[in-house]
Design a protein around this ligand. Sequence first.
Ligand code: FES
Length: 126
Amino acid sequence: MPLDRSEEAVDSECAGQWQRLCSIDELVPDAGVTAWCRGEQIALFLLPAGSELSIYALANGDPFSGANVIGRGIVGDIAAQPVVASPLYKQHFRLADGRCIESPEIALRTWPVRLRDGWVEIDMHS
Ligand code: FES
């Protein structure tokens, strides 16, 4: 089930560029969850590969439909690149850089992600 998280920090509490979004335990392997941060809806994807974990953060808004649905998309691979398919019109977006496979001139915004002490953090200033 997608998570909806409210960002509680206010500007004066902003300690730096890395914004804590949720615990790693709240992510779902090979699927997306949705987080809110500073008015942005962010789709987070966790891809386990052996002992490695990859976490991706992309804009949740689908540029083709205007709906906030990317976090509910199905994860897969195209040309050995992890992608998410929009649940509405089925365009595929690369998780690494948000680029649309079918319309490469379109890309979702992405943010750098890191894991710190079990917390998923993204760089909101990038
Ligand atoms: S605005 Fe809060 S992370 Fe910088």
